[in-house]
Design a protein around this ligand. Sequence first.
Ligand SMILES: [Zn+2]
Ligand SMILES: [Zn+2]
Length: 397
Amino acid sequence: MSARKTLDDARGIESWIINLRRQFHRRPELKYEEHETSALVRRTLDELGISYRAPIAETGVLATLGPKDGPCVALRADMDALPIHEEADVDFRSETPGKMHACGHDCHTAMLLGAARLLKEHESTLKGPVKLLFQPAEEGGAGADRMCQEKVLDAPRVQRIFGLHVWPTIPVGSIGSRTGTFLASAGEIDIVVHGLGGHAAMPQYTKDPVPAAAAIVTALQTLISRELDPLDSGVISITCFNAGSAYNVIPNDVHLKGTVRSLTLAGLKQLQERITSCAQSIAAAYRCTADVSFPGNDYPPTVNDAHCWELTQQIAANAIGAERVVQMAPVMGGEDFAYYVENGVPGCFVALGIGNRELGCVHSVHTPKFKVDESALAIGTALHVDFALRSQDELAG
Ligand SMILES: [Zn+2]
Ligand SMILES: [Zn+2]
């Protein structure tokens, strides 16, 4: 089956895929709360006659098609939404105030169900098992890590994995990715600067944490500009600076939050060590103390296997044309797809173009006006299907 033919098949079920996507879009659920989403995934798999294991990692679903033996390939979608109030110009807007599919995971889930439907039609020709991973909690919850801990990559062992992410800066009809490190290793920063509050007119009786915290914010930027090899990449962004509530009261504490990123896990750890020692030393210089922690999950970098990206490019060239395949630079965003490849499975994570100026699909992910050109969904579905089929052909050799 050619990639062109698969894309035609995917276009044939496009309205079914879009309808599912809009159902997910209307009912966004945050990380590890994807109960309705998971139920609709399971209902759809039931209708297609595809067996699955659930729940995994709270709300995850692992569906399997094809024969028990032979090369095993996994396809992955994430299901969670974000705590953002939707302002997008669509008539299937979120029905839950304050929650929105602003990262397009509704599209990812619908495309994987589209792939499930097409693969089911060709089940008798599959050369091995195809695992469909519907995972929770990509947004900070490391749902992929939980899925790995619950052995979704084993018995049978997954030999290749493929995942997609909608990408507003790439025009619809194109895709992009790269060989090697594509997305960053990312973690969260939490710093509490403790001082001694008091009357703002008498700072001599206080240990003011505000100038201490301000100095910490400034100094952290020199870790990037003065300590990192200029040819390496790193980000420290302090995004919250919370202190006090009155004009004339020096507060006891300042609470800083932010993000730290690097293209390697070792680089992330090194920045974290330096953030800790800088914050503590600077606080001490101001007669304060600093508690520094890195809560949540440190996502590893997303590293693409060279051959898996090569194969994806061949498939895309056949389906949409070689001129529509973009060689991207690394991006400092993070993705928990990284955990699957970190577990030793060669894989490829691909950016699926959804940008379309005429339709107003110009807004970034994680913003209230984020909007998708849904004609991309058939392309994503077809890429999933062909990546599985072609990989099995190669692995069966
Ligand atoms: Zn996101
Ligand atoms: Zn995302």
